[in-house]
Design a protein around this ligand. Structure first.
Ligand SMILES: [Cu+2]
Length: 378
C-alpha cells in the first residue's frame, strides 16, 4: 500500500489501542468494604444499578476534551446519570479508588472534589452540585530536557497498582456527597482544547460530627480551556516553573492537626533524597523540587488535606525510583490524612528510605502495614 495509506492505517490502529486503554474506576473501597464501579464498556450500555459510581456514555473508556470544560459533560463524564448506591465512609477516613487501567503516556494531574448533594445523591441534579477541591497532585518532577517527560501524579497511580487514596476531610458536616475524582491527560495538551479529562463521580454517605460546609463551584465552572494547567506542553517543560494544577484552591479546613500534618509532609519530602530536610516542614532550601513541594504542603498546615497532598508531591517528586516513590507518597499522604499522627507520616516515609526507623516501627496502622507489605515485595 502507499506510504500515505499505510500511515493512515497505522494511525488508526494506534488510536484504537490508545482508546481501549483508557480507563474507569472499577472498584471503590472504604471501611474495609468494596463497591463496584460503573463499567462504561459493558453492554447493554446504560445505568448499572449495582454501581456506586455514576453511569456515563464513554463506551470506549474515553474522555471529555478540555474544549468542553464548561459543558455539563465535564461534571461526571459524558451524559452521566446518578449512581443509585452510595459508599458509607466516616469523615476523616480514606476512600480507595481503583482504576481498571491507565496508559503510561497519559501524563497529568489527579484531582479530587466533593459536592454536598443536599439530599439524595441518587436523584440530585448534577448541574446544581457545587464542588470544593479536597486533594490535588500534579507534576512531581520536571522533565530533564530533550523531550524527556517528567514524573506526574498518574505515574504514581500506575506505580500503586492503579489505586488512589482520597481522604475525606474530618471537618465536613455529615451527609451525602458526590466525590468527583479526575485524571487529566496532557499528552496533547499543547493544543487548544485537547487536554483529556476523565472525571468519575462516586456517591458517598459521610458520617461524623464535622460542621463545615465548604463553598464550592459548579462542575461547569471549575476550569477554562485556557487554564495554564490544561493548555500545557508536557514535552518541553524542563525550563518551566512548577506546573500549576487547574481548578479552584484547595479547601482549607480549620486548624487543629497542623503539627501532625506537617510531619507527614516533611517525611514525604524526605524521600526526595535529602535526608537532612526530613521532618522539616518546608523551609526546604535548595534541595529538589519534590522536597520543596512536600514542605510547602505541610506548611499550609492546619489542613489535613493540604498537608497530606504536599507530602505526597514531595515524596513522589523527590524520588524518581519507584520504591522510594511509593514510600514518600504514602508517607506524606498518610501523615497528612490521618491528621495529627506524626508516626504514620514518619512510618511510611521510612519505608521509602526515611531514616526515622524507630518511629516507623511504632506506627502499625492499617495503611502503614499495607504499604510496608507492598514495599517489601518490591
Ligand atoms: Cu488518550
Amino acid at each position: 500500500m502507499s506510504a500515505t495509506l499505510r500511515n493512515t492505517v497505522l494511525a488508526a490502529l494506534a488510536g484504537a489501542v490508545s482508546v481501549s486503554a483508557h480507563g474507569h474506576i472499577s472498584n471503590v473501597a472504604a471501611g474495609g468494604k468494596n463497591f463496584k464501579g460503573f463499567d462504561p464498556t459493558a453492554a447493554p450500555f446504560g445505568p448499572q444499578p449495582d454501581s456506586v459510581t455514576w453511569s456515563n456514555g464513554a463506551k470506549d473508556n474515553g474522555f471529555v476534551l478540555s474544549s468542553a470544560v464548561n459543558d455539563p459533560d465535564i461534571i461526571c463524564h459524558l451524559g452521566a446519570t446518578n449512581a443509585k448506591l452510595s459508599v458509607p465512609v466516616a469523615a476523616g477516613a480514606a476512600v480507595e479508588l481503583t482504576w481498571n487501567q491507565w496508559l503510561e503516556s497519559h501524563k497529568g494531574p489527579v484531582i479530587d472534589y466533593l459536592a454536598d448533594c443536599g439530599g439524595d445523591c441518587a436523584t440530585v441534579d448534577k448541574t446544581a452540585l457545587k464542588f470544593f477541591k479536597i486533594a490535588e497532585a500534579g507534576q512531581t518532577s520536571l522533565g530533564a530536557g530533550g523531550g524527556q517527560l517528567g514524573r506526574w501524579a498518574d505515574d504514581d497511580l500506575i506505580a500503586n497498582n492503579l489505586k488512589w487514596t482520597v481522604n475525606i476531610p474530618a471537618s465536613i458536616k455529615p451527609g451525602n456527597y458526590v466525590l468527583r475524582h479526575e485524571l487529566i491527560a496532557l499528552h496533547e495538551g499543547m493544543q487548544d482544547g485537547k487536554a483529556q479529562m476523565y472525571p468519575q463521580c462516586i456517591n458517598l454517605q459521610v458520617s461524623g460530627s464535622g460542621t463545615e460546609s465548604p463553598a464550592g463551584v459548579a462542575g461547569t465552572a471549575l476550569y477554562k480551556a485556557s487554564d495554564a494547567g490544561l493548555k500545557y506542553n508536557i514535552y518541553n517543560d524542563e525550563q518551566k516553573p512548577t506546573y500549576k494544577i487547574p481548578g479552584p484552591a484547595l479547601f482549607a479546613a480549620g486548624a487543629g492537626s497542623g503539627a501532625g500534618n506537617g510531619n507527614g509532609a516533611g517525611n514525604g519530602g524526605n524521600q526526595g533524597g535529602n535526608p537532612n530536610q526530613g521532618g522539616n516542614q518546608n523551609q526546604n532550601q535548595g534541595g529538589n523540587q519534590g522536597g520543596n513541594q512536600g514542605g510547602n504542603g505541610g506548611n499550609q498546615g492546619g489542613n489535613p488535606f493540604q498537608g497530606g497532598n504536599g507530602g505526597f508531591q514531595g515524596g513522589n517528586g523527590g524520588n524518581p525510583f519507584q520504591g522510594g516513590n511509593q514510600g514518600g507518597n504514602q508517607g506524606g499522604f498518610q501523615g497528612g490524612n490521618q491528621g495529627g499522627n506524626r508516626f504514620q507520616g514518619a512510618n511510611n516515609g521510612f519505608q521509602g528510605g526515611n531514616p526515622f526507623q524507630g518511629q516507623n516501627r511504632a506506627a502499625g496502622n492499617f495503611f502503614g502495614k499495607r504499604v510496608h507489605a507492598r514495599q517489601t515485595k518490591m
